[in-house]
Ligand binder design. Structure first.
Ligand code: C5P
Length: 223
């Protein structure tokens, strides 16, 4: 098996995509499958860590050997992440969290006969979970964010990553490109990892499992 370099380390990983309900049968969601977060949780457990996986709507089965906490909305994920991170050494926010949620959740199914030919949804900003955890960070705790960008220009992608890690206050930021056919549903991933000074500490492309191990290598050497 892999090197046991995370024994005694408590790792919290979020994975999947949140769903924000509109009514009892509908939601606003995203295309995150949860694969990269699951791979990180599984790899961390294989390296000896105690892992809590906070999962929102995974498209693939969760791994064994981790403590699973299932959530649905961004607000539920925020509560679960806050509770789990109290005694965590590492927090990896790989989940795709909805930036907005509907202001009103309809008690009954929204009916087109009531709404007519067009309808408008009013949305409100969700809290930024990662920024909140980074702001509340204890000494020695490592907070890792993800940034999925559709930007194709490399320089522009790095610029977005640099401003994002500064804005969020994370220790590490994993940049990956997503698009209609990239990132989400696939088995492969291509990443760039930035540290808090916005230096590139890793560039890697491979399976989501090998990407997970490379990210954990960077984390392990910083613990
Ligand atoms: O700002 P953006 O959504 O691109 O940031 C992505 C990173 O922030 C991911 O690590 C994601 O899990 C996290 N995030 C969050 N809460 C939000 C939105 C994103 O923790 N409301």
């Amino acid at each position: 098996g892999p090197v046991q370099d995370l024994v005694g380390t408590r790792v919290v990983v979020t994975a999947g995509g949140t769903r924000e309900p509109l009514d009892p049968v509908r939601f606003l969601g995203n295309r995150s499958s949860g694969r990269q977060g699951i791979a990180i949780a599984e790899a961390a457990a294989a390296r000896g860590a105690d892992v809590v996986l906070i999962a929102a709507h995974l498209e693939v089965p969760p791994p064994g050997g981790v403590e699973l906490r299932e959530v649905s909305t961004a607000l539920e994920m925020q509560d679960a992440a806050a509770a789990a991170s109290a005694d965590a050494d590492v927090i990896v926010m790989a989940a795709a969290v909805a930036d907005y949620r509907p202001v009103e959740v309809s008690e009954g199914k929204i009916k087109k006969d009531d709404r007519g030919d067009s309808m408008t949804l009013e949305l409100v900003r969700n809290p930024d979970i990662l920024a909140g955890l980074a702001a509340a960070k204890r000494d020695g705790q490592l907070v890792v964010g993800f940034a999925a960008e559709t930007e194709t220009d490399r320089a522009r992608q790095l610029e977005l990553g640099r401003s994002k890690i500064a804005r969020k206050g994370a220790d590490l930021l994993v940049l990956n490109r997503v698009g209609w056919n990239e990132g989400f549903a696939t088995e492969r991933n291509e990443i760039t990892v930035l540290d808090s000074t916005a230096d590139i500490v890793l560039e890697f492309a491979g399976s989501k499992v090998s990407v997970a191990h490379r990210i954990l290598d960077v984390i392990a050497e910083r613990l």
